[in-house]
Ligand binder design. Structure first.
Ligand SMILES: Cc1cc2nc3c(=O)[nH]c(=O)nc-3n(C[C@H](O)[C@H](O)[C@H](O)COP(=O)(O)OP(=O)(O)OC[C@H]3O[C@@H](n4cnc5c(N)ncnc54)[C@H](O)[C@@H]3O)c2cc1C
Length: 306
């Protein structure tokens, strides 16, 4: 219920104005977002990489509505990749890209062209791209673009969401050699016709999908903060004899940093997803929807005078 209300608010421009102008929003945003500028993203990446973590960087922005916006997003990624390579931060840092930010909503071919340019730049910089997954209406289109990109850039990563009923089947299709697949639970509000609704069903699906990916031939990227899913991931890594070069854990910037450090300290590959940019509202609201404790923290910061 609370989750639905927050996800509905994530689409409201009135709530966005309220949140953006609240005096202490900035402090809350900083916990989950590296900063507004490319330099902020680079600084955060440097700290994480020095701590032994891998990174994937996301330039915040979604639901782009004009070709000019889509081109600007593409250009920001091209700039970022050049700077990462120049700073010696590749291949430890790669990038995560939302096709909706590249024009998918109004011109799928434009989104493909933009994504292709980013993949080429990542390749030149010695690193990779992962295509984030958005709501279920975009899944087929995103997987189709992924397939086209992989013809020239086979290391392009996919994201599959365990809450979707179709995902076990998608995992089977994508568990082939060289295929990088991030498995997450899923962050959008989806109808029962396409998605499991209860935590228990989603968790069970996550484990089934993890089993398929970890027993397959691809490179699984287990994106979760859930202690149970992480423990099962560690167990499956032992069972299927997957060392740190054959799978990784992924978590979001600012969420369970001690757990990220613990896993890295135990020799696992751990990648932190680092968002940056000024379009943080939708991203922040999805994080709040995931965890009521974050909402309390957020509410306190919004009304606090100090
Ligand atoms: C690297 C990465 C990339 C992602 N990419 C996508 C994407 O492309 N598309 C998409 O739809 N979604 C994406 N997500 C979001 C994902 O789908 C989930 O919404 C999000 O990760 C929350 O699910 P969870 O597995 O962490 O567990 P949840 O079910 O949210 O939480 C389970 C348990 O984890 C622990 N936990 C969770 N958060 C915290 C916290 N803040 N502090 C302490 N403990 C906590 C608690 O014990 C909690 O009970 C991504 C997530 C990650 C980590």
């Amino acid at each position: 219920m609370l989750r639905s209300v927050i996800l509905a608010a994530s689409r409201s421009s009135q709530v966005e104005r309220l949140v953006a102008t609240a005096p202490y929003s900035r402090d809350v945003v900083r916990r989950f977002v590296a900063g507004a500028a490319t330099d902020d993203a680079l600084r955060a990446t440097r700290v994480l990489v020095d701590d032994g973590l891998a990174v994937t960087l996301d330039h915040l922005g979604e639901d782009t509505v004009t070709p000019e916006q889509a081109t600007a997003t593409r250009d920001e990624y091209l700039r970022l990749l050049k700077m990462l390579a120049g700073a010696g931060l590749t291949p430890a840092a790669e990038v995560s890209v939302k096709l909706s930010a590249l024009g998918q909503m109004f011109d799928e071919e434009l989104a493909y062209d933009n994504a292709r340019a980013i993949c080429a730049a990542a390749d030149a910089a010695g690193t990779t791209v992962t295509l984030d997954m958005e709501d279920h209406t975009t899944t087929d289109s995103t997987l189709e673009v992924l397939g086209r990109l992989r013809k020239d850039f086979p290391s392009t990563g996919a994201v599959l969401q365990a809450y979707l009923r179709r995902t076990e089947s998608d995992c089977r299709e994508l568990a082939y050699a060289g295929s990088r697949v991030r498995l997450c639970k899923g962050a959008y509000k989806e109808p029962e016709s396409v998605a499991y609704q209860s935590t228990r069903e989603v968790d069970r699906s996550y484990v089934r999908c993890m089993n398929i990916l970890m027993s397959g031939d691809g490179y699984p990227m287990l994106a979760t903060h859930d202690p149970r899913m992480i423990a099962i991931g560690e167990d499956r890594a032992r069972w299927f004899d997957r060392g740190p070069e054959r799978f990784e854990f992924q978590m979001l910037y600012g969420i369970r940093p001690e757990e990220q450090a613990r896993l890295a300290g135990e020799g696992y590959t751990v990648r932190t997803y680092v968002p940056y940019g000024d379009q943080w509202y939708g991203y922040l609201m999805r994080r709040l929807a995931e965890r009521p404790a974050n909402l309390v923290f957020f509410g306190r910061a919004l009304v606090s005078k100090k």
